[in-house]
Write a protein that binds this ligand. Structure first.
Ligand code: F6P
Length: 298
């Protein structure tokens, strides 16, 4: 059997761990593994690379995706989609393993509806797929955010400053929630509708009265301009306030232990599905158990 593999959209820590384990398991089982580079764009451009055990022997601990990724706008066009299907057929791919977030999932469902045999792996730092408790990359991103916030806190504490840390997540608050809890943030802003400037000021004042020396705000991205917010707080309270966007260190970080283990579990699950010829399924983890669901159900 010839298995294609691609990573699409924003990369996620743990993608390489999955690629490494899956290639090792699949080639040992006698399957051929072929990477399509740059995700769905690689299907359109027919950019392929056969993967051997040797190719993947030293990548499992690395962030990013060694087979490259992209957000392909061409794949969303009729022409692009048609070319993608043609190249899957040209390469005689029996099953395509697709890693990525919600946009990637939509593409996987369309390919499956067009007759391509698909297995989908949820891989995004955002954790915004409701059928699985955990997406690959989320735990690593939270660990990177917490590590950054801890360090920022040390300098803010030295100067008794208020600080704001913006974390990633696109429109999903999970990274913000977990990193706010793990760093004992004074305030968590996870949705625009929760935001009240008056309430923020009163919470900060209260925290300072209770002895907090460097009150912190953890906020999900795409809500407001954190640098403007810092200026407003500083003007209002007359206390030095700083903001930072933690940004891509959350995405490019090395996979955490939890993500490395999850990647290996997902790889085994995909091998089991393919070996028993069960296709068009999405793999996930619910209550610590690996599950698979029909792509049409999610
Ligand atoms: O989906 C992962 C993610 O890192 C989001 O958290 C973020 O909003 C987005 O990707 C950024 O995407 P890009 O790197 O394409 O600007």
């Amino acid at each position: 059997m010839k298995v294609g593999i691609l990573t699409s959209g924003g990369d996620a820590p743990g993608m390489n761990a999955f690629i490494s384990k899956f290639t090792t398991l699949a080639t040992a089982a006698g399957f051929e593994v072929i990477a399509f580079k740059f995700g769905y764009q690689g299907l359109i451009d027919n950019s392929t690379k056969p993967l051997t055990r040797e190719d993947v022997s030293n990548i499992a601990h690395l962030g990013g995706s060694n087979i490259k990724s992209t957000r392909s706008s061409e794949f969303l066009t009729k022409q692009g989609f048609k070319r993608a299907i043609q190249n899957i057929k040209l390469n005689e791919i029996d099953c395509l393993v697709v890693l990525g977030g919600d946009g990637t999932l939509r593409g996987a469902k369309e390919l499956s509806a067009a007759g391509i045999k698909i297995v989908y792996i949820p891989a995004t730092i955002d954790n915004d797929l409701s059928y699985t408790d955990q997406t690959l990359g989320f735990d690593s991103a939270v660990n990177a955010a917490v590590d950054a916030i801890d360090k920022i806190k040390q300098t803010m504490l030295s100067l008794n400053r208020i600080f704001i840390c913006e974390v990633m997540g696109r429109h999903c608050p999970d990274i913000a929630i977990s990193s706010a809890i793990a760093t004992d943030a004074t305030i968590l802003i996870k949705e625009a509708k929760n935001f009240s400037f008056k309430e923020i000021l009163s919470k900060i004042k209260e925290a300072i009265e209770e002895g907090e020396e460097a009150p912190s705000i953890v906020i999900r991205e795409n809500i407001l301009d954190v640098f403007e917010l810092a200026k407003k707080i500083q003007n209002e309270l007359d206390i030095e306030t700083r903001a930072c966007r933690i940004g891509y260190v959350q995405r490019g970080t090395s996979p955490s232990v939890m993500d490395r283990i999850l990647a290996r579990k997902f790889a085994q699950a995909v091998l089991d599905l393919i070996s028993s010829k069960k296709f068009n399924r999405a793999v996930g983890q619910v209550k610590n158990k690996i599950i698979t669901k029909n792509l049409t159900e999610i």
